[in-house]
Design a protein around this ligand. Structure first.
Ligand code: PLP
Length: 395
């Protein structure tokens, strides 16, 4: 039955690989006692005052659809927040769209601007959905590898070398999932110049921006002349620990937001109202809770990066996000084997770097979105594994 109905699946969907993370985590799910450094979401529960806002909204009977663009109250808060934190001014009635997470915002941004055959540049290793989302629009992904020796910052010269006629969009994500890489202002300025020269639209995924540990986060959209050619994507999942609320937003020039809105209105209609109510509260009063969670991530980052380097796994110190991306080349194993054996021998889950694209080969992603004590225990186990002292390896 399965094989006969396969013929109905569209060719470009058949050709898409399944997410490498999903396959690996099917194995992890069967081992509830394992310590997982694999998850891509905060270990914190959404701050209480934000949950309470959703509860109050439900109590008051706020159970309807909202405007397609989202509650105007929320769009006003987004506009204020983005102006205050990113020095970017967007009109709440025309230039802000509330979406079902950055996931939906990215999808509709790509669908709104790409024609079949257009080309999209993005840096890799990167978030698992970029390349498939591009392919689902019948456009062509073009990856630009980032390197550990550059602390996984994007190199504008590599972008220029990868560029081909037909490139229309450049996707950026700083701090980056999975590397924690950021790119300094001087390099962003070079990229901005290149974008103008080649008339590229930038889609900038800023979802980890609040979780920047060192230096100031700069959005490329805030550089001179860039706001008119950038779609700025942001959301609540990471910094506010609101993954399950499924809420994010896009800010950009009105014609682009209008084009995205058409797709959003026919596919999603609007983001869930209770999540929108919670998001208003997050933006109004969430800053202290975000600062507290960031402090915890910062402390854990210093622990895990220090331990990886001490056990011989070279690891740059991620300047943002909650991911460490150590090299496992000393083990001589491909990243998938390293992860499977580590899981089998020490019951610690990390994600193979190749799940984030070919240029992740030789690395693994370890999230520090788990408690300090569990990270300590996980590091002891990884150290034993790397040293070849795991009891089960000798069994
Ligand atoms: N962008 C990046 C870089 C991510 O890492 C993730 C989630 O892991 C997302 C977007 C998806 O975010 P959301 O929960 O807002 O859909």
């Amino acid at each position: 039955m399965e094989s006969s109905s396969q013929r109905f699946v569209a060719d470009h969907v058949s050709g898409l690989p399944r997410s490498g993370i999903r396959d690996f985590f099917a194995i992890v799910a069967a081992m509830p006692q394992a310590i997982s450094l694999g998850i891509g979401e905060p270990d914190f529960v959404t701050p209480w005052h934000i949950r309470e806002a959703a509860i109050f909204a439900l109590e008051k009977g706020h159970t309807s659809y909202t405007d397609n663009l989202g509650l105007l109250r929320l769009r006003r808060e987004i506009s204020r927040y983005v102006e205050q934190n990113f020095e970017l001014s967007y009109h709440p009635e025309k230039e802000v769209l509330v979406a079902v997470g950055v996931s939906e915002a990215l999808d509709i941004a790509l669908r709104a601007v790409l024609n079949p055959g257009d080309k999209v540049l993005y840096h890799e290793p990167c978030y698992v959905s970029y390349s498939p989302s591009i392919q689902l629009t019948h456009a062509q992904p073009i990856r630009v590898a980032t390197a550990a020796e550059d602390q996984f910052a994007i190199d504008p010269e590599r972008v220029a070398a990868a560029w081909e006629p037909g490139c229309k969009v450049l996707i950026l994500n700083f701090p980056t999932n999975p590397t924690g890489g950021v790119t300094d202002k001087a390099k962003l300025e070079k990229l901005a110049k290149f974008a103008v020269e080649k008339d590229l639209l930038i889609i900038s995924d800023e979802i980890y921006s609040e979780l920047t540990f060192e230096g100031e986060h700069t959005s490329i959209a805030s550089l001179p002349g860039m706001q008119e050619r950038t779609i700025f994507l942001h959301g609540f999942s990471k910094a506010f620990a609101m993954t399950g609320f499924r809420i994010g937003y896009a800010c950009g020039p009105q014609p682009l937001i209008e084009a995205m809105m058409k797709i959003h209105q026919y596919s999603m209609l609007c983001a869930p109202i209770l999540s929108q109510e919670a998001a208003v509260e997050a933006l109004k009063n969430g800053a202290p809770a975000v600062a507290k969670m960031k402090e915890a991530y910062h402390r854990r980052r210093d622990l895990i990066v220090g331990r990886f380097n001490a056990m011989g796994l070279d690891c740059h110190s991620p300047r943002g996000s909650f991911y460490a991306f150590p090299s496992i080349q000393v083990s001589g194993k491909p990243s998938i084997d390293f992860c499977k054996e580590l899981l089998a021998q020490e019951e610690v889950a990390v994600v193979p770097g190749t799940a984030f694209g070919e240029s992740g080969a030789g690395f693994v992603r370890a999230s520090f979105s788990t408690s300090y004590e569990r990270i300590l225990e996980a590091c002891d186990r990884i150290e034993r594994f790397v040293a070849g002292d795991s009891v089960r390896s000798k069994a």
